[in-house]
Design a protein around this ligand. Sequence first.
Ligand code: TGC
Ligand code: FAD
Length: 392
Amino acid sequence: MKPDLFEAPDYYCLDDLLTDEHKLIRDSARDWVKKSISPIIEEYAQKAEFPNHVIKELADVGAFGPYIPEKYGGPGLDNISYGLIMQEIERGDSGIRSTASVQSSLVMYPIWKYGSEEQKMRFLPRLATGELMGCFGLTEPDHGSNPGGMTTNFKDKGDHFLLNGAKLWISNAPFADIAIVWAKNEEGRIHGLIVEREMEGFTTPETHNKWSLRASSTGELIFTDVKVPKENLLPNKSGLGAPLGCLDSARFGIAWGAIGAAMDCYDTALRYSKERVQFGRPIGGFQLQQKKLAEMITEITKAQLLAWRLGTLKNEGKATSAQISMAKRNNVEMAIKIAREARQILGGMGITGDYSIMRHMMNLESVVTYEGTHDIHLLITGLDITGLNAFK
Ligand code: TGC
Ligand code: FAD
């Protein structure tokens, strides 16, 4: 891959809205991506392998549970800091951001919000340092957009629960030490359970042959009569709203992360358009290429404003699930469209691993589907504005 010359676009001077602490956190994540992700990511994506050695460094840049209070081993930052870290990491690669999103929003968040004090003290500090890694099992082979239909279940056996079922498409599953698993009890009520790697009957086969998120490790969770100690049930929330509450946090991070991927594609295409000469002049001088670039920076700027405002609402505890959903959908679609246009500006070079664009484009095909598909998020907005449910 070519050297990383990334310069972040900030057309509406959004830096003026950030605190010095935000900028420090953002810049340290940005520097880390340049130093540690850009030089290796193409190779890991090509061989479809997650770079395990970056786990400790991700923890050091505060990517694991940025908003988790210091008492539990986190740095206790605000939501805009979380968003900025996700933006910078996804600028490097969506797969690396996925690992950080899952650890933060889908593993640490439910333990922090729904766990007992003992569970928080036992797991959160080690998740913050990356000593323990986690995954989140909601999706099943027959229940993706409709997680409420899940069939994974547990029975009360007196001194333990007996867990059976399967989850599919689980990020981090092949190497996770713990899994937050959503399953129904005998009354059909959904609960979260902390399943530990060494529990008998628990396996995590890896999913191969992905054309997207190749540097992210994806797998299944299979439970065959797994004995789960009763103290591993998350006691403080049940029902479908519990996992969906975690998704609000993760979708918020993705709304920021997608901006990072888009910025990288735009920046690469802009630079290339000024250097690549055809018909005796740089292609950036042709109106058709300028139209593409002008539309890209406009869409990035709108997405930045959306994410920033959502961050301030979230800091005030006022962001609604539907607002988060809109930002996830809009920003990921914006990023995919920019990746496709940017790829064209690079012509044939755009399909090679010398540049990051094609990798971002392929990654974003997963990002637009996971954490609720584009269609599902349209329906969430539709329901919010009309009051009429078009899901079923
Ligand atoms: P519905 O009846 O609407 O809701 C059930 C209960 O949940 C509450 N609720 C929420 N609570 C918190 N946050 C939200 N976003 C919520 N949305 C709904 C709701 O109020 C209700 O509560 P209660 O107390 O009345 O019971 O549920 P539904 O069955 O009709 O489904 C609604 C739908 C389709 C929107 C939802 O299920 C959905 O979002 N589907 C998409 C599934 C999804 O996003 N899966 C993601 C899996 S994890 C993942 O992809 C990780 S990728 C990780 C990475 O690598 O980054
Ligand atoms: P389906 O639900 O089968 O949807 C298929 C199509 O039908 C979609 O286009 C959808 O929009 C459309 N559709 C469905 N219902 C409706 C409706 N009511 N109205 C209109 N259209 C509809 N899950 C986890 O739990 N944990 C993870 O860590 C995780 N990581 C993932 C990593 C990757 C790389 C991928 C690809 C997925 C991951 N997922 C994870 C799963 C992800 O959340 C699901 O793929 C997603 O929710 C969609 O479910 P599905 O793939 O079963 O598609």
